[in-house]
Design a protein. Structure first.
Length: 427
């Protein structure tokens, strides 16, 4: 089977690494890939949002399956164009990708189908939005309606903070057209978790749960990022609770999308919060999370390519997912200044030494290779994932491997997994 993987992050490196080990694979291409992905796939110099060029390449190479990693090409309709060529595609249509592409669409869909009673309001005027904030009080959640690369949502502890973020989104246009509208929601209190599923629009197969750390600073402080670390499983989410969330929220959402003429296929990622009243949905993403993929995929014992192909074919019901009982712990290393301005081109050393450690995966994200040497090329540079018998073993391995890696301005949080690590729990 010829496979084209679209993307260039740590998520795509995890996908490429697992796909490359499948006996079903004939050839793996990745557009545009990164320095790590190039070790297991043929790199293609096409950017993820160059829809025409991606479609031409798939046609020229007669690719059997296209796996789309990031959200932007999905929202732009890449899956639709490829399916029109007759290709198998893992990823939702543009209409279905509105679950991530428009926070207003999702809130209204859930309300319309009785899947959420969370209070929310949608505004296209900053003044009206700020008036609503003053009326509701704080804490309150402000969301840019469109795709803002995971950075367009803020939990605001004060009215002033919420008004400032409304202005950031709608007046200062920090996220461009994503800020044409804002969604303002009731703030829910509780522990966060993510529930991810494979779905072909009919069958829904849950993956193992994971927990991300979004804030840049230790103690969950500072700006939101794409994610600074992750672990799986999540003690607060046992099999019964996961199935409850799948049955009460995810499956009805898949059914609602089909009923509205936009059947959802691919992976659906539900960000949830565990409140005293039960689990509540925070947001949907229409792709594997990053770095969630870097802990979920290493625990998958089934052939990932077989699962992706069955999803694309509409035959997911025949798949029985098998998962490792091991704990997976992931720590992300970022460039100094991330998630704001940062420099590129810093030499990275110690990658081979880190990867040589037992049960370690080093997943490249913002990296480039020149003359056999690796350099930084992005905000989140790489992630180290370790497997272990328990949380302490997995995190100890991950941090021991991370300490072998060096580049100028390297930053990573040292408290990833603080809820489950004994050294953090002991103070």
């Amino acid at each position: 089977m010829k496979v084209l993987l679209v993307g260039s992050g740590g998520r795509e490196h995890a996908l490429a690494d697992a796909i490359s080990r499948s006996p079903l694979l004939g050839r793996l291409y990745c557009a545009p890939g990164n320095a790590g992905i190039a070790q297991v796939a043929h790199s293609v110099e096409i950017q993820t949002e160059d829809i025409d060029a991606l479609c031409r390449f798939a046609e020229e190479k007669q690719v059997d399956l296209v796996v789309i990693g990031p959200e932007r090409p999905l929202i732009m309709g890449l899956a639709d164009r490829l399916r029109a060529q007759g290709r198998l595609v893992f990823g939702p249509s543009a209409a279905a990708a509105r679950l991530e592409g428009s926070k207003a669409f999702t809130a209204e869909l859930l309300a319309r189908h009785g899947l959420s009673d969370k209070e929310f309001a949608v505004f296209d005027s900053p003044e009206a939005a700020k008036a609503y904030v003053r009326e509701q009080g704080a804490p309150i959640v402000v969301k840019a309606d469109g795709d803002a690369l995971g950075k367009g949502v803020k939990v605001c502890d004060t009215i002033e903070e919420a008004e400032q973020f409304v202005d950031d989104v709608m007046v200062r246009r920090l996220f461009g057209a994503a800020g044409n509208r804002v969604v303002i929601e009731q703030c829910l209190i509780g522990e966060e978790c993510t529930i991810k599923v494979f779905t072909d629009g009919k069958a829904v197969l849950p993956m193992v749960p994971s927990q991300d750390h979004k804030r840049i600073g230790e103690g969950d402080t500072g700006a939101n990022t794409g994610g600074m670390g992750c672990y799986s499983p999540v003690p607060a989410v046992d099999d019964n609770l996961q199935q409850q969330i799948v049955d009460s929220v995810v499956v009805p959402t898949v059914q609602a999308m089909a009923a509205e003429g936009a059947p959802y296929t691919g992976t659906l990622y539900a960000g949830c919060i565990l409140t005293d009243q039960g689990p509540e949905l925070i947001e949907y993403n229409c792709r594997f999370g990053d770095p969630e993929a870097q802990v979920v995929i290493p625990r998958l014992q089934s052939d990932l390519l077989e699962v992706l192909a069955a999803t694309a074919e509409g035959n997911l019901a025949r798949i029985n997912l098998q998962w490792s009982d091991q704990v997976a712990a992931c720590v992300v290393a970022a460039s100094a200044g991330y998630p704001q301005q940062y420099e590129k081109g810093k030499l990275i050393t110690g990658l081979e030494d880190a990867a040589a450690e037992p049960q370690i995966h080093v997943y490249h994200a913002g990296t480039a290779c020149e003359d056999g040497r690796y350099y930084t090329a992005g905000g989140r540079v790489l992630a180290v994932t370790a497997l272990g018998a328990d949380y302490d073993e997995a995190f100890n391995r991950a941090y021991a491997a991370m300490e072998k890696i060096r580049f100028e301005g390297m930053y990573y949080r040292r408290d990833i997994g603080w809820r489950v690590r004994s050294d953090c729990l002991d103070g």
